[in-house]
Design a protein around this ligand. Structure first.
Ligand SMILES: [Zn+2]
Length: 299
Protein backbone atom coordinates (compact mmCIF):
# COMPACT_ATOMS: atom_id res chain seq x y z
CA UNK A 1 0.00 0.00 0.00
CA UNK A 2 1.45 3.33 -0.98
CA UNK A 3 2.17 6.26 1.29
CA UNK A 4 0.54 9.56 0.39
CA UNK A 5 3.86 10.71 -1.03
CA UNK A 6 3.87 7.64 -3.31
CA UNK A 7 0.53 8.42 -4.97
CA UNK A 8 1.31 9.36 -8.57
CA UNK A 9 -0.49 11.68 -10.93
CA UNK A 10 -2.98 13.06 -8.40
CA UNK A 11 -1.02 16.01 -7.06
CA UNK A 12 -4.01 18.30 -6.52
CA UNK A 13 -6.07 15.69 -4.69
CA UNK A 14 -3.13 14.61 -2.55
CA UNK A 15 -2.13 18.21 -1.77
CA UNK A 16 -5.63 18.99 -0.48
CA UNK A 17 -5.66 15.90 1.70
CA UNK A 18 -2.18 16.53 3.07
CA UNK A 19 -3.06 20.11 3.91
CA UNK A 20 -6.18 19.00 5.78
CA UNK A 21 -4.21 16.38 7.74
CA UNK A 22 -1.38 18.81 8.54
CA UNK A 23 -3.85 21.43 9.79
CA UNK A 24 -5.82 18.83 11.76
CA UNK A 25 -8.88 19.84 9.82
CA UNK A 26 -9.86 16.59 8.18
CA UNK A 27 -13.45 16.62 7.00
CA UNK A 28 -15.65 13.83 8.37
CA UNK A 29 -16.74 12.70 4.92
CA UNK A 30 -14.99 12.82 1.56
CA UNK A 31 -16.23 11.87 -1.85
CA UNK A 32 -13.40 10.74 -4.14
CA UNK A 33 -14.56 10.92 -7.74
CA UNK A 34 -12.75 9.88 -10.90
CA UNK A 35 -12.39 7.04 -13.38
CA UNK A 36 -11.58 3.45 -12.39
CA UNK A 37 -7.85 2.96 -11.96
CA UNK A 38 -7.21 6.57 -10.91
CA UNK A 39 -6.05 5.40 -7.47
CA UNK A 40 -9.03 6.50 -5.37
CA UNK A 41 -8.98 3.45 -3.13
CA UNK A 42 -5.21 3.40 -2.74
CA UNK A 43 -5.34 7.07 -1.77
CA UNK A 44 -8.14 6.43 0.73
CA UNK A 45 -6.03 3.78 2.44
CA UNK A 46 -2.99 6.05 2.29
CA UNK A 47 -5.03 8.72 4.08
CA UNK A 48 -5.99 6.20 6.76
CA UNK A 49 -2.31 5.31 7.16
CA UNK A 50 -1.23 8.96 7.23
CA UNK A 51 -3.73 9.73 9.98
CA UNK A 52 -2.73 6.77 12.12
CA UNK A 53 0.97 6.19 11.42
CA UNK A 54 3.04 5.80 14.58
CA UNK A 55 6.23 7.28 13.16
CA UNK A 56 5.39 9.47 10.15
CA UNK A 57 2.02 11.08 10.75
CA UNK A 58 0.85 12.91 7.67
CA UNK A 59 2.38 10.43 5.26
CA UNK A 60 2.64 6.85 6.53
CA UNK A 61 5.75 4.68 6.88
CA UNK A 62 4.68 1.22 5.62
CA UNK A 63 6.41 -0.50 8.54
CA UNK A 64 4.81 0.51 11.87
CA UNK A 65 2.10 -1.76 13.31
CA UNK A 66 -0.67 0.61 12.20
CA UNK A 67 0.56 0.98 8.61
CA UNK A 68 1.16 -2.74 8.36
CA UNK A 69 -2.34 -3.63 9.56
CA UNK A 70 -3.89 -1.18 7.14
CA UNK A 71 -1.85 -2.61 4.27
CA UNK A 72 -2.91 -6.14 5.19
CA UNK A 73 -6.56 -5.12 5.57
CA UNK A 74 -6.69 -6.24 9.21
CA UNK A 75 -6.77 -2.92 11.05
CA UNK A 76 -9.84 -3.02 13.33
CA UNK A 77 -10.60 0.66 12.73
CA UNK A 78 -9.96 0.89 9.01
CA UNK A 79 -12.87 -0.76 7.26
CA UNK A 80 -13.35 -1.10 3.52
CA UNK A 81 -16.79 -1.88 2.18
CA UNK A 82 -17.09 -2.96 -1.40
CA UNK A 83 -19.51 -4.46 -3.87
CA UNK A 84 -20.65 -7.98 -3.05
CA UNK A 85 -22.28 -10.90 -4.78
CA UNK A 86 -23.79 -11.31 -8.20
CA UNK A 87 -25.77 -8.06 -7.85
CA UNK A 88 -22.55 -6.13 -7.17
CA UNK A 89 -24.08 -3.89 -4.54
CA UNK A 90 -22.99 -2.72 -1.11
CA UNK A 91 -25.79 -4.41 0.86
CA UNK A 92 -27.60 -2.99 3.86
CA UNK A 93 -26.38 -5.90 6.00
CA UNK A 94 -22.78 -4.79 5.44
CA UNK A 95 -23.59 -1.21 6.41
CA UNK A 96 -25.41 -2.39 9.55
CA UNK A 97 -22.66 -4.80 10.56
CA UNK A 98 -19.56 -2.82 9.64
CA UNK A 99 -20.68 0.78 10.11
CA UNK A 100 -23.80 1.16 12.29
CA UNK A 101 -22.60 -1.60 14.61
CA UNK A 102 -19.31 0.23 15.21
CA UNK A 103 -19.94 3.94 15.23
CA UNK A 104 -21.59 3.95 18.66
CA UNK A 105 -18.28 2.87 20.19
CA UNK A 106 -14.95 4.68 20.11
CA UNK A 107 -12.24 3.36 17.78
CA UNK A 108 -10.30 0.36 19.12
CA UNK A 109 -6.83 1.76 18.64
CA UNK A 110 -6.84 4.33 15.86
CA UNK A 111 -6.50 8.06 16.31
CA UNK A 112 -8.95 8.31 13.44
CA UNK A 113 -11.26 5.54 12.35
CA UNK A 114 -11.72 5.39 8.58
CA UNK A 115 -14.52 3.80 6.61
CA UNK A 116 -13.82 3.41 2.90
CA UNK A 117 -16.81 2.71 0.67
CA UNK A 118 -15.80 1.60 -2.80
CA UNK A 119 -17.83 1.86 -5.02
CA UNK A 120 -20.30 4.21 -3.34
CA UNK A 121 -22.69 4.32 -6.30
CA UNK A 122 -23.30 0.61 -5.64
CA UNK A 123 -24.87 1.33 -2.26
CA UNK A 124 -28.24 -0.33 -1.99
CA UNK A 125 -30.93 2.31 -1.43
CA UNK A 126 -31.47 1.19 2.16
CA UNK A 127 -27.70 1.24 2.67
CA UNK A 128 -27.48 4.80 1.41
CA UNK A 129 -30.26 5.92 3.73
CA UNK A 130 -28.69 4.23 6.74
CA UNK A 131 -25.36 5.79 5.89
CA UNK A 132 -26.92 9.21 5.47
CA UNK A 133 -28.10 9.18 9.08
CA UNK A 134 -24.53 8.54 10.23
CA UNK A 135 -23.14 11.26 7.98
CA UNK A 136 -25.66 13.71 9.44
CA UNK A 137 -24.47 13.01 12.98
CA UNK A 138 -20.81 12.12 12.49
CA UNK A 139 -19.27 10.21 15.39
CA UNK A 140 -16.06 11.40 17.04
CA UNK A 141 -12.70 10.46 15.51
CA UNK A 142 -14.38 8.88 12.54
CA UNK A 143 -14.22 9.69 8.86
CA UNK A 144 -15.82 8.32 5.75
CA UNK A 145 -14.25 8.16 2.32
CA UNK A 146 -16.71 7.34 -0.43
CA UNK A 147 -15.14 6.51 -3.78
CA UNK A 148 -17.05 6.47 -7.01
CA UNK A 149 -16.68 6.75 -10.76
CA UNK A 150 -20.34 7.81 -10.99
CA UNK A 151 -21.07 10.57 -8.43
CA UNK A 152 -24.32 11.47 -10.17
CA UNK A 153 -25.74 8.14 -9.10
CA UNK A 154 -25.36 8.95 -5.40
CA UNK A 155 -28.20 10.37 -3.35
CA UNK A 156 -27.88 14.18 -3.55
CA UNK A 157 -28.23 14.28 0.24
CA UNK A 158 -25.14 12.07 0.56
CA UNK A 159 -23.18 14.11 -1.99
CA UNK A 160 -23.95 17.32 -0.13
CA UNK A 161 -22.60 15.89 3.13
CA UNK A 162 -19.23 15.07 1.59
CA UNK A 163 -16.29 17.18 0.58
CA UNK A 164 -15.59 16.29 -3.01
CA UNK A 165 -12.10 15.52 -4.26
CA UNK A 166 -11.65 14.90 -7.96
CA UNK A 167 -9.16 12.34 -9.24
CA UNK A 168 -7.94 12.78 -12.79
CA UNK A 169 -7.51 9.96 -15.26
CA UNK A 170 -3.83 9.11 -14.92
CA UNK A 171 -1.66 10.59 -17.67
CA UNK A 172 0.24 7.93 -19.65
CA UNK A 173 3.66 8.77 -18.15
CA UNK A 174 2.44 8.55 -14.53
CA UNK A 175 0.74 5.32 -15.41
CA UNK A 176 3.88 3.81 -16.92
CA UNK A 177 5.81 4.75 -13.78
CA UNK A 178 3.29 3.08 -11.50
CA UNK A 179 3.20 0.00 -13.69
CA UNK A 180 6.97 -0.27 -13.78
CA UNK A 181 7.07 -0.10 -9.99
CA UNK A 182 4.37 -2.71 -9.69
CA UNK A 183 5.99 -5.11 -12.15
CA UNK A 184 8.88 -6.14 -9.90
CA UNK A 185 10.17 -9.67 -9.65
CA UNK A 186 6.89 -11.35 -8.92
CA UNK A 187 5.65 -11.05 -12.50
CA UNK A 188 6.30 -14.75 -12.94
CA UNK A 189 4.28 -15.62 -9.83
CA UNK A 190 1.40 -13.50 -11.07
CA UNK A 191 1.52 -15.15 -14.45
CA UNK A 192 1.39 -18.55 -12.72
CA UNK A 193 -1.70 -17.51 -10.78
CA UNK A 194 -3.31 -16.22 -13.93
CA UNK A 195 -2.59 -19.52 -15.65
CA UNK A 196 -4.24 -21.35 -12.76
CA UNK A 197 -7.20 -19.04 -13.04
CA UNK A 198 -7.40 -19.70 -16.76
CA UNK A 199 -7.60 -23.42 -16.10
CA UNK A 200 -10.41 -22.96 -13.62
CA UNK A 201 -12.37 -20.68 -15.89
CA UNK A 202 -11.89 -23.00 -18.84
CA UNK A 203 -13.16 -25.87 -16.71
CA UNK A 204 -16.76 -24.76 -16.44
CA UNK A 205 -19.44 -24.07 -18.98
CA UNK A 206 -21.13 -20.73 -18.35
CA UNK A 207 -24.24 -21.93 -20.18
CA UNK A 208 -24.99 -24.34 -17.36
CA UNK A 209 -23.91 -22.38 -14.33
CA UNK A 210 -25.90 -19.74 -12.54
CA UNK A 211 -23.24 -19.61 -9.84
CA UNK A 212 -20.73 -18.84 -12.53
CA UNK A 213 -22.07 -15.30 -12.37
CA UNK A 214 -20.90 -14.95 -8.78
CA UNK A 215 -17.64 -16.64 -9.66
CA UNK A 216 -16.89 -14.29 -12.52
CA UNK A 217 -17.91 -11.34 -10.37
CA UNK A 218 -15.37 -12.46 -7.79
CA UNK A 219 -12.66 -12.67 -10.44
CA UNK A 220 -13.53 -9.24 -11.80
CA UNK A 221 -13.70 -7.69 -8.35
CA UNK A 222 -10.26 -9.13 -7.62
CA UNK A 223 -8.96 -7.82 -10.92
CA UNK A 224 -10.37 -4.38 -10.15
CA UNK A 225 -8.69 -4.47 -6.76
CA UNK A 226 -5.36 -5.38 -8.34
CA UNK A 227 -5.66 -2.53 -10.81
CA UNK A 228 -6.75 -0.05 -8.16
CA UNK A 229 -4.01 -0.91 -5.69
CA UNK A 230 -1.34 -1.13 -8.39
CA UNK A 231 0.06 -4.38 -7.18
CA UNK A 232 -0.27 -7.42 -5.00
CA UNK A 233 -1.96 -9.43 -7.70
CA UNK A 234 -1.13 -12.79 -6.18
CA UNK A 235 -3.35 -12.81 -3.04
CA UNK A 236 -6.31 -11.26 -4.81
CA UNK A 237 -6.10 -13.70 -7.68
CA UNK A 238 -5.61 -16.63 -5.34
CA UNK A 239 -8.78 -15.69 -3.47
CA UNK A 240 -10.65 -15.24 -6.71
CA UNK A 241 -9.40 -18.58 -7.96
CA UNK A 242 -10.57 -20.35 -4.82
CA UNK A 243 -14.02 -18.74 -4.96
CA UNK A 244 -14.25 -19.49 -8.63
CA UNK A 245 -13.34 -23.11 -8.05
CA UNK A 246 -15.94 -23.51 -5.29
CA UNK A 247 -18.62 -21.77 -7.28
CA UNK A 248 -17.83 -23.76 -10.40
CA UNK A 249 -18.18 -27.01 -8.48
CA UNK A 250 -21.50 -25.90 -7.04
CA UNK A 251 -22.80 -24.64 -10.38
CA UNK A 252 -26.23 -25.75 -11.52
CA UNK A 253 -28.16 -25.51 -14.74
CA UNK A 254 -29.58 -22.03 -15.18
CA UNK A 255 -32.12 -22.36 -17.98
CA UNK A 256 -31.59 -18.70 -18.80
CA UNK A 257 -30.12 -18.31 -22.32
CA UNK A 258 -29.77 -14.51 -22.15
CA UNK A 259 -27.79 -14.71 -18.94
CA UNK A 260 -25.78 -17.63 -20.26
CA UNK A 261 -24.84 -15.64 -23.37
CA UNK A 262 -23.73 -12.66 -21.29
CA UNK A 263 -21.67 -14.90 -19.03
CA UNK A 264 -20.21 -16.70 -22.01
CA UNK A 265 -19.09 -13.41 -23.52
CA UNK A 266 -17.43 -12.34 -20.27
CA UNK A 267 -15.81 -15.72 -19.80
CA UNK A 268 -14.37 -15.48 -23.30
CA UNK A 269 -12.80 -12.08 -22.52
CA UNK A 270 -11.35 -13.39 -19.27
CA UNK A 271 -9.86 -16.36 -21.11
CA UNK A 272 -8.33 -14.10 -23.74
CA UNK A 273 -6.67 -12.16 -20.92
CA UNK A 274 -5.22 -15.34 -19.44
CA UNK A 275 -3.81 -16.28 -22.83
CA UNK A 276 -2.36 -12.80 -23.35
CA UNK A 277 -0.53 -13.00 -20.03
CA UNK A 278 0.44 -16.65 -19.89
CA UNK A 279 1.33 -17.20 -23.55
CA UNK A 280 2.18 -13.78 -24.94
CA UNK A 281 3.75 -12.37 -21.76
CA UNK A 282 1.45 -9.36 -21.57
CA UNK A 283 1.96 -7.30 -18.40
CA UNK A 284 -0.57 -8.77 -15.91
CA UNK A 285 -1.64 -5.38 -14.61
CA UNK A 286 -2.16 -3.82 -18.01
CA UNK A 287 -3.94 -6.94 -19.22
CA UNK A 288 -6.32 -6.85 -16.26
CA UNK A 289 -6.95 -3.18 -16.83
CA UNK A 290 -7.79 -3.80 -20.47
CA UNK A 291 -10.05 -6.68 -19.42
CA UNK A 292 -11.99 -4.46 -17.03
CA UNK A 293 -12.42 -1.81 -19.69
CA UNK A 294 -13.75 -4.39 -22.17
CA UNK A 295 -16.09 -5.97 -19.62
CA UNK A 296 -17.30 -2.50 -18.66
CA UNK A 297 -18.11 -1.88 -22.33
CA UNK A 298 -20.38 -4.95 -22.50
CA UNK A 299 -23.14 -3.49 -20.27
ZN1 LIG B 1 3.39 3.94 9.94
Amino acid sequence: MPRLSDIRGQDRAVARLRAAIAADRVHHAYLFTGPPGAGKRATALAVAAALNCETARGDGCEVCASCEKIALGIHPDVVTLEREGAAQIVPIEAIRREVIGRVGLPPHEAAMRVFVIDEAAALQEASANALLKTLEEPPQRTMFILATAAPDRLLPTIRSRCQRIAFAALPPDARAEVDAEAAGDDGAARAAHLRELAGLIAGFDPAEARDAAAALDAVLAAAARVVETKGDAAPALELAARRLHEAARAAVAAGDPYRARRLGERARLVLETQVAVAVHNAHPQLALEALLARIGGLA
